[in-house]
Write a protein that binds this ligand. Structure first.
Ligand SMILES: [Zn+2]
Length: 146
């Protein structure tokens, strides 16, 4: 399973379905139907697997002006940016002026299963707020300080 990395913990990741704009991969590009592992900071020590998802859609887009398939202001908002201009600036800062205008794909991602983590200790749980150990504590003494 390939990994789809995110460098920002976007609020959109809390939605069941969300979008992400990606330049085509050099090896083999993302495919509709592909199941991916969604990972926060994939190549760093604070790497965190967020869950498993499926790529539901892939549509060509660019940030270049006058292109046949421009990113729309609505798509920029849906993707978590405050405006298309802010998205454009973010991409330019990250990839440089030239690359920021290269063809991208708008990928639509649907969670298949999300990994959850104990609020107390960070251990992986199965959809629960707390791990087994801390759920006992939480039930008995919900509002007590540590
Ligand atoms: Zn815990």
């Amino acid at each position: 399973m390939r990994e789809l990395g995110f460098s920002v913990m976007w609020l959109k990741l809390n939605q069941e379905q969300y979008t992400t704009f990606r330049f085509p991969r050099k090896d083999k590009d993302w495919e509709v139907g592909e199941i991916v592992r969604v990972v926060f900071h994939p190549r760093s020590k604070d790497r965190k697997v967020l869950g498993t998802a499926q790529i539901m859609g892939k549509q060509p887009r660019t940030l270049a002006p006058y292109s046949p398939a421009p990113v729309t202001p609505e798509e920029a908002l849906e993707d978590g940016f405050e405006s298309l201009m802010i998205m454009r600036n973010w991409m330019r800062k990250r990839y440089g002026n030239l690359k920021a205008c290269n063809p991208m794909n708008k990928l639509t991602i649907l969670w298949v299963s999300r990994d959850t983590y104990c609020f107390q200790c960070g251990v992986r749980t199965h959809g629960m707020k707390f791990c087994e150990k801390h759920s006992q504590v939480a039930l008995e003494d919900d509002c007590a300080p540590d």
